[in-house]
Design a protein around this ligand. Structure first.
Ligand code: HEC
Length: 113
């Protein structure tokens, strides 16, 4: 009885983490301290990132790499292309798994219709 309750709780916890939506994942990982969906902050807005990468081959792969390894200097030129005003030239590697980064990258790209 006790074991099956624990198994149930473990399964519920797994289900919960899969069901967690991307905006709350971004929140729990601290992304919003540097990014907004619409507005420029320390880093570029997610909607503008979507504009830049949507439809490009390897878009998901590129963004996953930037999120998990960090990104330097890419947005110096892109910021003026899109008229955004960012205040840092690099993003440190972020504490997300590759799977989470992939989910996030797809979500970002889906912001550009
Ligand atoms: C300390 C501030 C900071 C935090 C925290 C941060 N970012 Fe960034 N982010 C930046 C900056 C600055 C850039 C622009 C980097 C560049 O110019 O190469 C950037 C760029 C990006 C890009 C575009 C990369 C590319 O290849 O063009 C993505 C996607 C992104 N961030 C997602 C995230 C996600 C998801 C999180 C949270 C897990 C996050 N960022 C947390 C500052 C931050």
């Amino acid at each position: 009885m006790r074991i099956s309750l624990l198994a149930y709780l473990a399964a519920a916890a797994v289900t919960f983490s899969f069901a967690q939506d991307v905006p709350s994942l971004l929140k729990s990982k601290g992304c919003y301290s540097c990014h907004d969906v619409e507005k420029s902050k320390v880093g570029p807005p997610y909607k503008v990132i979507a504009k830049e990468y949507k439809g490009k081959p390897d878009a998901v792969k590129t963004l996953v790499q930037s999120i998990t390894n960090g990104s330097v200097g890419k947005w110096q030129g892109l910021a003026s292309k899109y008229g955004v005003n960012i205040t840092a030239f690099y993003m440190p590697r972020q504490p997300v798994s590759k799977e989470e980064a992939e989910k996030i990258a797809k979500w970002i790209l889906s912001l550009e219709k």
